[in-house]
Design a protein around this ligand. Structure first.
Ligand code: ADP
Ligand code: MG
Length: 688
């Protein structure tokens, strides 16, 4: 049998089961083989009924002695009850609302049940189980011995139960299957890997937990190794196919800029700058990600790199995700760089046609050294005379496609620097940005006022807003963040619009207030942000649109309504809008904290200001799905590997992938496998 064969050829799969399996997205033998267990039940230890302990989980094997059915509860649910005996005692097992079992639960049949034992109600010491974590009714011919051990628990459906999956997969794994190794033999040998067949066998039916762990590690390694190979080969391809720019050692201009800065670089900034210089001085194109928490000082790093490219006779581009961020950067750059004789230009979609075309002409004539702008920078008409470096700020909002668009704007491959404030745990950085080198800025510049964060219930809102009012009266500015934009009948959450009205007609009627949210026209949004920036608005009510925002050092207080609705990483990002100046800053998270998880998350938020720690907590609490989903740009889903807990495996896989990419023979081995396994992502890689 081949892995590509249709699922209907598997023993035990008839037309009905086939349809059901298709519904689960399983079409081939391969799909079935990689339908991995959700968890496992340890049925290797059977407990005698006489030895059950109340409150302890156990697996019991016995014979059905009696079955009864009744209706119960207000909604008349079906309750099936069986008495099961094993010669040492009797166990009462109950199933709620599983009527279909009635025809299967026959007196005399052997069953396995796993669950928590409790004293039966009115049963005089008899034990009962009602919430089974798994059970199995054996057919006449089945030997109970085959059913013990560590049993896989699959994501089952009503029509496809555990027993079905166990039987079909058990059968499949004894077949003559040709299972092709995905990892080149030389790598398997170097890393002492299992065979793929053994790993697949053991992930479904492990002999013990050690074997299970080994199988899982193998499959996670395999998955991460292949993705790393793909990413590294892409990077290699980009480099070999293109001629990069070799910047010279920095000298005069950069030195003058460093001297003119009002501060000294932190150690992390210096190290990052060293790494960037090394990349820029190499003839290979730079592909570097600078990851640094909000306020860690990434802008000055971008500025240094841009000045270096200018000093070498090239032009630089800095692309920001919003108009106002771009213009803010521009202002800062002009102030810092014009004294050094560097010409800074601005380009955005909102310039008049005339101004835009003027700028196009200046860019084409190298009449401007550094251009700062928005998406407009990658528009048709923009042609750089000599593009040496592209910096994108807050890149996850750009996407790889747009970055590539900008890269195409030079004749030689320009260097690329990507800056992000999204704290991504390292495992994820490597999986998501495996094609980029990473520099990390973890420490904040000295003298930063820490932001104090409090969690308060809504009954304290009056007090909170009184306090905010005092702060505004003392000259500061404030943000109020809400989860929704407008009133919504289905939700009793206050919307930004409601809160805005409540505040501006209420306690803040003597203060200029503003509202900004994602549904507003871009121009209106920018106007409000600009007014806040110019201190014409004191209190800004908003949705999360301010997440990637402007630098308003005078804003020192933030109130987040219904804070439990936001992820930790997001709250952290929001909170980064304050504490940017000399003033003591306060973030107040308002929440009912109705659930344990809300309480826990907000507590962490109040206690931690480390973005990386928060991102990891967020991942732990919300699962990687949401987090990863928004980060990855069409990368393959991970079936086995776990972005949080498989760091060791990832590092090993990356090491192995690096070796593979360096070896002609291993590249030849792995390329067809990549094209097969990850067609969509890595099909277009060729060896060169
Ligand atoms: P982000 O990393 O969020 O983009 P910025 O580059 O905007 O951070 O820097 C935040 C603030 O910190 C700016 O006002 C900047 O001038 C200041 N800053 C940056 N580096 C240092 C430093 N080494 N020492 C003191 N202040 C610094
Ligand atoms: Mg920034």
């Amino acid at each position: 049998m081949q892995l590509t064969d249709g699922i209907q050829y598997v023993k035990g799969v008839g037309p009905k089961k086939k349809a059901e399996l298709n519904r689960l997205g399983l079409f081939t033998v391969y799909d079935l083989l990689t339908y991995f267990p959700r968890t496992y039940e340890d049925q290797s230890v059977l407990t005698r009924i006489s030895e059950l302990q109340a409150g302890e989980k156990a697996t019991v094997a016995g014979t059905i002695m009696n079955v009864s059915e009744r209706q119960g509860g207000r909604r008349g649910m079906s309750i099936l009850m069986a008495l099961i005996g094993d010669g040492t005692g009797i166990l009462q097992v109950t199933w709620f609302n599983q009527k279909y079992l009635k025809s299967k639960l026959k007196v005399g049949k052997k069953v396995f049940v796993t669950g928590k034992a409790a004293y039966a109600y009115g049963g005089r010491g008899q034990f009962a189980m009602s919430q089974l974590s798994s059970f199995q009714i054996l057919d006449e011919e089945e030997e109970p011995e085959n059913m013990t051990g560590i049993m896989p628990v699959y994501p089952a459906t009503e029509k496809l139960n555990q027993k079905f999956f166990r039987k079909v997969l058990g059968g499949l794994l004894t077949e003559e299957l040709s299972i092709r190794e995905l990892i080149p033999a030389s790598v398997a040998e170097r890393y002492h890997l299992l065979s793929r067949r053994k790993a697949l066998q053991d992930i479904h039916f492990p002999a013990d937990f050690a074997a299970l762990k080994e199988a899982r590690n193998h499959l996670a390694f395999e998955e991460l190794y292949l993705i790393q190979c793909g990413l590294l080969l892409l990077k290699r391809q980009a480099r070999e196919h293109s001629k990069g720019i070799r910047h010279l050692l920095s000298s005069e201009l950069v030195g003058r800029l460093v001297k003119s800065l009002p501060f000294q670089l932190t150690d992390d900034q210096s190290r990052t700058w060293q790494e960037i210089q090394r990349d820029m001085e190499s003839p290979l194109p730079m592909r570097r990600l600078v990851q640094g928490d909000v306020g860690s000082g990434k802008t000055v790093i971008a500025m240094l790199a841009l000045v270096k490219t200018v000093e070498n006779g090239y032009q630089g581009a800095l692309m920001a995700p919003t108009e106002i961020l771009a213009s803010q950067h521009c202002e800062g750059f002009v102030k810092q760089l014009e004294p050094l004789g560097i010409r800074v230009g601005f380009l955005s979609g909102r310039l008049t046609k005339k101004k835009r075309e003027d700028m196009y002409a200046r860019i084409a004539a190298q009449d401007v050294d550094i251009v700062i702008g928005t998406h407009a920078l990658i528009q048709e008409g923009v042609a750089f005379a000599k593009l040496g470096l592209v910096v994108t700020d807050e890149q996850h909002r750009f996407g790889i496609a747009q970055r590539a668009e900008l890269e195409k704007k030079g004749r030689l491959m320009p260097d690329v620097l990507v800056m992000t404030a999204t704290p991504i745990p390292r495992t994820m950085t490597l999986t998501v940005y495996g094609d980029l080198d990473v520099s990390l800025i973890q420490q904040l510049p000295p003298g930063r006022q820490p932001i104090r964060t409090f969690v308060r219930k809504p009954d304290k809102r009056d007090l909170i807003y009184d306090y905010v009012h005092q702060q505004l009266a003392a000259g500061r500015q404030a943000y109020v963040v809400c989860p929704l934009i407008e009133m919504n009948e289905e939700s009793d959450l206050p919307s930004a619009e409601e809160v805005y009205d409540e505040l501006r007609y209420g306690i803040f009627r003597d203060m200029p207030c503003g509202l900004v949210h994602g549904k507003m026209k871009a121009a209106d949004k920018e106007q409000v942000m600009q007014d806040f920036y110019d201190n014409k608005i004191k209190l800004l009510v908003s949705t999360t649109v301010i997440e990637v925002g402007v630098n308003v050092p005078n804003a020192s207080i933030m109130v987040v309504e219904h804070a439990e609705r936001f992820g930790l990483a997001q709250l952290h990002q929001l909170r980064g809008r304050i504490g940017r100046g000399e003033y003591k800053s306060y973030c107040i998270l308002v929440s009912e904290m109705k659930t344990e998880s809300a309480r826990e998350r907000l507590k962490i938020m109040a206690e931690t200001s480390d973005g990386f720690k928060l991102a990891e907590e967020d991942l732990r609490l919300r699962g990687p799905g949401q987090f990863f989903g928004s980060m990855q740009h069409g990368l393959p889903d991970l079936k086995v590997a776990d972005v949080l807990n498989d760091m060791d495996i990832l590092l090993k896989a990356r090491q192995a992938a690096q070796e593979t990419v360096a070896s002609q023979a291993e590249r030849q081995d792995v390329l067809p496998i990549l094209a097969l396994q990850y067609k969509e992502q890595f099909e277009n890689i060729t060896d060169i």
